[in-house]
Write a protein that binds this ligand. Structure first.
Ligand code: NAP
Length: 257
């Protein structure tokens, strides 16, 4: 019997790459999206690529707790258990600063990224009777910021405290809880940039480029692996080196190297 992984917001970009990686590693995978069609299409695509695994695509709006409960009920009915839960779905809320963040925007971000993530974890752990692993996808915005991401940054900062509390509270059930603190990841939003804009952005990263979704998926596979039975309450930073810079990175710093 294959182990079972559930990944939220997995119809595209990072979430889809994580789902494909876990399928490649022999997990049955459940993927969610707010759109039933997108979830089903992604689940079918992963099943076609990895015929040895079962996949399930579910519609779930994470800020709606009735939908969260319904989705986890469907996972229990389909698979009977869960070994890995990855909270990837998030409202990115780009362009909302103190000057234009309305109560509605604030609530949408917090209800999805914080409240929704927490209640997903609360629904996930009872399905992990054999122990398991929960992974929260956080962001460098938890610790550093740019103008126009105040609600998003606050929501990702909250994930650190949530992750450490859950790691403590679920340790006696052999459930490990960790977070990936991601820097820039290539997603379909990058495709809208000109090659010049992309090149310009890449100059800012010490590693010279953003992470691929597959690199985030690889970090997720590492953290979830049963080989790492004592890694819990930890943040793994995967950010091309951006958060170690005191000043904006300059390639010329290394001209004497
Ligand atoms: N891209 C980056 O540079 C970057 C950097 C650091 C951290 N991250 C984090 O990485 C994770 C994946 O982000 P991504 O860049 O791959 O972006 P993305 O494609 O926008 O992924 C987020 C997914 O979350 C789902 N989602 C959004 N709002 C939702 C809601 N209210 N309820 C349920 N699902 C919702 C969306 O799926 P549907 O539209 O299919 O419903 C979306 O595909 C996020 O946690 C993000 O904060 C990304």
């Amino acid at each position: 019997m294959n182990p079972v992984a559930m990944i939220t917001g997995a119809a595209r970009n990072t979430g889809l790459a994580i789902a494909r990686r876990f399928a490649r590693d022999g997990y049955d995978v459940c993927l969610t999206s707010r759109s039933e069609e997108s979830a089903a299409a992604a689940a079918e695509a992963v099943a076609r690529e990895y015929p040895g695994v079962r996949t399930l695509g579910l519609a779930m709006e994470q800020s709606d707790l009735a939908q969260v409960e319904a989705a986890f009920r469907r996972v229990r009915d389909a698979f009977g258990r869960l070994n890995v839960f990855i909270a990837n779905a998030a409202e990115l809320a780009v362009g909302f600063s103190i000057y234009n963040t309305t109560p509605e925007v604030w609530d949408r971000v917090m209800n999805t990224n914080v409240r929704g993530t927490f209640f997903c974890c609360q629904a996930a752990y009872p399905l992990m009777s054999e122990g398991g692993s929960i992974l929260l996808i956080s962001s460098v915005h938890a610790n550093q910021s740019i103008v126009g991401r105040v609600a998003y940054s606050a929501s990702k900062a909250a994930l650190g405290g949530m992750m450490r509390s859950l790691a403590l509270e679920l340790a006696n059930r052999d459930i490990r809880v960790n977070a990936i603190v991601a820097g820039a990841i290539w997603t379909d939003r990058w495709a809208a940039q000109t090659p010049e804009q992309t090149a310009q952005r890449r100059l800012k990263y010490p590693a010279g480029r953003e992470s691929t979704p597959e690199e985030i998926a690889s970090a997720a596979a590492f953290l979830a692996s049963l080989d790492n039975g004592t890694i819990t309450g930890t943040e793994l930073t995967v950010d091309s080196g951006i958060s170690i810079c005191l000043l904006p990175y300059e390639k010329e710093w290394n001209r004497h190297a």
